[in-house]
Design a protein around this ligand. Sequence first.
Ligand code: SF4
Length: 274
Amino acid sequence: MSVTCTLCFHHCVLEEGRTGLCRARANRDGAIVPLNYGRLTALALDPIEKKPLRRFHPGSVILSAGSFGCNLRCSFCQNAEIAAAGTEAYTRTCTPEQLVQQALALREKGNIGVAYTYNEPLVGYEYVRDCAALVRRAGMVNVLVTNGTIEEAPWRALLPLLDGVNIDLKGFTEAWYRRLGGDLETVKRSIALAAEQCHLEVTTLVVPGENDSDEEMRALSGWLASVSPEIPLHVSRFFPRHRMQDRPPTPVQTVYRLAGIAREQLRYVYTGNC
Ligand code: SF4
């Protein structure tokens, strides 16, 4: 029997035993199951600024967990070895209870909670949800670093458990998002909803020749300011990675120029990877 996954707009229709586009969710016995539940590819105590979050518990560190899978197909992916991977990628298992115990044990080193990051955490929705509930109960914070590609109902259900979120806004044209296998309007909705409920920052990776025009940054930052001019925006520099090796890194001057345009409408704009 085929089943449709309704977690994101792809709405993969999966025959028995088949895995979705994200490589993280599959049809097992007529139900959609997350293959990456409790299966980690990375676990590290990171500075909160590395997420990046600049205006959320500055100077602190956070236990950062990653699994495998992603529901976009960015040719310039900076984490392709885990994001574009399937079950072969995980290196350890970790139940939600074990993750919270580790987070608590690291408190003495300044740990404030758990960040779900590295791959696209939302394709492992159930693990994030279950961990986040325990982390919250333990009096620590939950941070999510995401591409924001999720349907409205599960996003609304998860947001009350989240304290800090960074959403990638990969550009501001539908054409660019289509090339990445994504949907701009979905990400805009996720940003608007997150801004209502938790601390939100946004990251835009500037890819030379793709999303680096003044007009696009003016439109992107103008829209973000219409949600709230207080939302921090990280304008970040691209380096050749994965399947996009045909161009040089973004010139630093381009990043500075675009950040300057964003500052015309947003109060907090940061440059990244410069
Ligand atoms: S979360 Fe994965 S399986 Fe579900 S619809 Fe999106 S890409 Fe398909």
